[in-house]
Write a protein that binds this ligand. Structure first.
Ligand SMILES: O=C(O)c1cc(=O)[nH]c(=O)n1[C@@H]1O[C@H](COP(=O)(O)O)[C@@H](O)[C@H]1O
Length: 277
């Protein structure tokens, strides 16, 4: 099964567009896990199990693991997800981008070492920097387009002579030239619903990874309205910190599950309102 098929199946069977991001911060781990050698593995697998009923997939962010010298725990977490939640897409958030020969190694890292279904990439180096990932025919590539951060406009909104902003040029290039085998998706922040709508209009039903709800303050109804595809789906709406650190007391996994359920329900309420418009 390809990444895109797995994602479509998960959207349908889970009735959820919520993706939970795994961004483990050592300083914010529950007290009961602090100091344990496998604390990150214990934390992330418990979050995965608790939130799995409410999500369309998981997105571990590699920097959080690499910074803590915890790549082996990330490997074990990925294996755990593939074994215990095989129907849920695993998107490795690595934001790689390099010349072709190096990209071949990054692709092996994402797809062989971690077994990810898809990986996030920068489009900045052009097609041959992405081609090594696309040669893994059942895998997905998720290209940065209009990112959620405040400084993203400085480059991404630069206009060409015809007044076309760079992020829309990226969207068109990926949709028309890079997506021959239907493996591509784009990243557009929930913090920019206006641009999200423009990307959706430009790329048809291509999947979008949409981070920026929760800790970054993106509005769920505006996101759903702007980014839904023709089937009322089409987005992996990511939330990391607001789900991971939802706890108020000791029952942290339960608090994360509740936060995930509430977020999924808010997304689905917005979808229902849109459908009845
Ligand atoms: O590619 C991403 O996932 C990404 C792109 C983007 O434009 N903005 C963005 O926040 N992200 C990632 O999405 C996650 C957002 O985390 P929270 O703000 O805690 O929900 C982080 O792992 C970011 O690295």
């Amino acid at each position: 099964m390809t990444f895109t098929q797995k994602l479509n199946t998960a959207w349908q069977s889970q009735q959820s567009l919520l993706m939970v991001g795994l961004d483990p911060d050592a300083a914010r781990l529950p007290a009961s896990l602090q100091g344990k050698p496998d604390a990150i593995y214990q934390f992330c697998t418990a979050i995965v199990d608790a939130t799995a009923p409410y999500v369309c997939g998981f997105k571990p962010q590699i920097a959080y693991f690499a910074a803590l010298r915890a790549e082996e725990q990330l490997e074990a977490i990925c294996q755990y997800i593939l074994k215990h939640h095989p129907h849920l897409p695993l998107v490795l958030d690595a934001k790689r981008g390099d010349i072709g020969s190096t990209a071949e190694q990054y692709a092996r890292e994402a797809f062989e070492r971690y077994g990810a279904d898809a990986v996030t990439l920068s489009p900045y180096l052009g097609f041959e920097s992405v081609q090594p990932y696309l040669s893994w025919k059942d895998k997905g590539v998720v290209l940065l387009c209009r990112t959620s951060n405040p400084g993203s406009a400085a480059l991404q909104m630069i206009e060409d002579a015809k007044g076309e902003p760079l992020y829309l040029r990226v969207a068109s290039m990926v949709a028309q030239e890079w997506n021959a085998d239907g493996q591509c998706a784009l990243v557009v922040g929930a913090t920019y619903p206006e641009e999200l709508a423009k990307v959706r209009a430009r790329v048809g039903d291509m999947p979008l990874l949409v981070p920026g709800i929760g800790a970054q303050g993106g509005d769920i109804p505006a996101t759903v309205k702007a980014g839904s595809d023709s089937q009322g789906m089409g987005m992996m709406i990511n939330s990391s910190r607001a789900i991971l650190y939802a706890r108020k007391g000791d029952d942290w996994a339960h608090a994360s599950a509740e936060a995930a359920r509430e977020t999924r329900d808010a997304i689905n309420a917005a979808r229902a309102a849109l459908a009845s418009d």
